[in-house]
Design a protein around this ligand. Structure first.
Ligand code: ADP
Ligand code: ADP
Length: 207
């Protein structure tokens, strides 16, 4: 079980807003996070990933990752956590294949991921020669390459057309189950994960 109980002061131009989140994520489940722009969805994901520190509280996953009282903060590389950034954060000088080889040396797994993402004929391309949709798919595949136990995805399907999204989601859902990954997906489109998400967390809904 991944349990989160954290506090964080969000600093925006119009003042400070306190984010207090308490949530348990069932292992192997897919959770959709929704909420208005600026509510703290991205910040929340980054805190779970260990990229941003909460002000206080605890993040417990497989072992304690962050405990403000005990001053424990396990380094991100020890967490088997994949992250899909909203802006992809691809490496400009690496080809599609090198992005995946950087994360794993399992060649068969790389081939499978490339096929699922429809990038098997683009392995030698660098990001600037890929379409927006292809770049986004590469970001997803790179996060999966480490066979994550926890997969955090920030608007991971925003650049995909509907036809591509349908097939990809079906394949990804299968893959998530196979990896027994706990998946947390931020999505501004509430219908996007219908039939796929097992759970939902709404951040900042009370107005
Ligand atoms: P969302 O993803 O829901 O649109 P964000 O998490 O991107 O919201 O941002 C929510 C608010 O938190 C913004 O006002 C932003 O300025 C603020 N914020 C972002 N990062 C930090 C941080 N590291 N510390 C404090 N506040 C932050
Ligand atoms: P997608 O639905 O995956 O975003 P697009 O319809 O945007 O695909 O792009 C179709 C093709 O055009 C891509 O396979 C890609 O090779 C090429 N393409 C798109 N954008 C760019 C770009 N900025 N630079 C080079 N090639 C591009």
């Amino acid at each position: 079980m991944i349990t989160v109980n954290i506090q964080k002061k969000l600093k925006a131009y119009n003042g400070v807003q306190l984010l207090h989140l308490q949530k348990a994520f069932v292992p192997g489940s897919i959770t959709r996070i929704t909420g208005p722009s600026g509510a703290g969805k991205t910040t929340f994901l980054k805190m779970i990933a260990g990229l941003i520190k909460p002000d206080s509280g605890i993040i417990k996953a497989y072992e304690v990752w962050f405990d403000a009282d005990k001053k424990i903060n396990l380094p991100p590389q020890q967490r088997k956590t994949g992250f899909v950034f909203q802006d992809y954060a691809l490496f400009p000088n690496m080809t599609v294949k090198q992005h995946l080889e950087y994360a794993t040396d399992d060649a068969a797994w790389i081939e499978r991921l490339l096929a699922i993402g429809g990038l098997d004929t683009f392995t030698a391309h660098k990001p600037e020669y890929l379409s927006g949709g292809q770049q986004q798919r590469l970001a997803i595949l790179r996060a999966l390459a480490i066979k994550p136990r926890l997969l955090l995805m920030d608007e991971p399907f925003s650049a995909l057309d509907i036809k591509m999204k349908g097939g990809l989601l079906t394949d990804l859902q299968k893959l998530f189950k196979e990896l027994q990954a706990t998946v947390i997906i931020v999505s501004h489109n509430p219908q996007e994960l219908d039939g796929i998400a097992d759970d939902e967390l709404v951040i900042g809904s009370e107005v």
